[in-house]
Design a protein around this ligand. Sequence first.
Ligand SMILES: Nc1ncnc2c1ncn2[C@@H]1O[C@H](COP(=O)(O)OP(=O)(O)OP(=O)(O)O)[C@@H](O)[C@H]1O
Ligand SMILES: [Mg+2]
Length: 387
Amino acid sequence: MAATADEFHEIEKDLASLARLAAGDAHEDVRLLLARFVRKYRQKRPDLAAQLDQALKSSQTRGAGGALRRADSPSAPAFSPPPVDSDSRLALIREFDDRRGLEPPLLSASVHRQIESIVLERLESDRLAAKGITPTRSAILVGPPGVGKTLSARWIAARLRKPLWVLDLTAVMSSLLGKTGNNLRAALDHAKANSAVLLLDEIDAIAKRRSDESDIGELKRLVTVILQEVDQWPATGLLLAATNHPELVDPALWRRFEAVVQFGKSEPAAVSAAVRRFLGEDLATFEPWVDALSSTLADASLSDVQRSITALRRRHALNEADAQLLVGQLLGDGMASLSKAQRLALAIDLAKSGQHTHQDVSKLTGVARDTIRRHAGPSPRRGRGLK
Ligand SMILES: Nc1ncnc2c1ncn2[C@@H]1O[C@H](COP(=O)(O)OP(=O)(O)OP(=O)(O)O)[C@@H](O)[C@H]1O
Ligand SMILES: [Mg+2]
């Protein structure tokens, strides 16, 4: 079927949007856009829609590998199979099964307390019931990227000896116009029937797309369904949501969550614990550098801390250079983002550890040797050499 000039122009525009998102590496946004195109072109360009659908499905299969597992572990109780979108066959619910063990997330005292309360209320729901009180049925986890919101949801589920089900909002929205509400209801009903811990991850994805006029009716329906569900969620299950764009979440939806857990930037103690945890078996090798690494990564999210430390371990495992040189490079890379005061604090720490000469510390941090001596006393006779 030949395209009219208007259609051609439309396709050009869509291609450009897709390219922009793909170039930005925003994998989830690319999937959302693809899902929208599948719906948009299904009527007029079925072949194109089928190809896009195929690409979307294969991207989901890939995403479902790795950390995500299906409910096939022997210890899993017999949950009925999760629903799929009848049209695209995308699974509407994905699963994290951490019942065999998960290291607890590293959290500030106040976030830890709130997460623990949610768990304890569940574990001791009988005592609450005796007084006619129900445990918290719904909670929204808010905070910047990479601080452990999704991980905390997994932790809550694991503590309750349940898998975490994550509603794939992309799959829900990828179906034919008008069916989205039904799909969402099917998925939510399924979660309720199984008393599941259900996470609506990145719930702002729905709100964000409200700016897209062509979808507004459908998205309103979607938000309405979720509003009703949050209100009526049974105390046997637990409904969680997460977002790093609270300003995009519909205020009416926001209000309905019984608990709001506010995650902040990670505290220094958490960064240092994370550095130790992510060093794993290499901790002994890198022990003298833990404090320096922690100060350099002080402003990074724990997910970025994990990435940096894992990259360091890879390079060390492949014998690219000795541990000290690799750490020196990592510190050097991070130095640019540190303020003068942070650099000075790091220089003093390194100097006081007595393991590095002032010359090495100065080379690395850019802080003058005189200044270092003033704060940390004389240089040790022989440093371990940062190079
Ligand atoms: N508080 C934490 N404790 C331990 N590890 C963490 C923590 N935060 C992040 N990580 C590490 O980073 C990874 C990604 O974190 P997670 O997916 O929970 O972040 P998020 O807050 O959900 O981010 P986003 O808003 O981008 O979805 C985790 O799997 C974990 O390895
Ligand atoms: Mg997350």
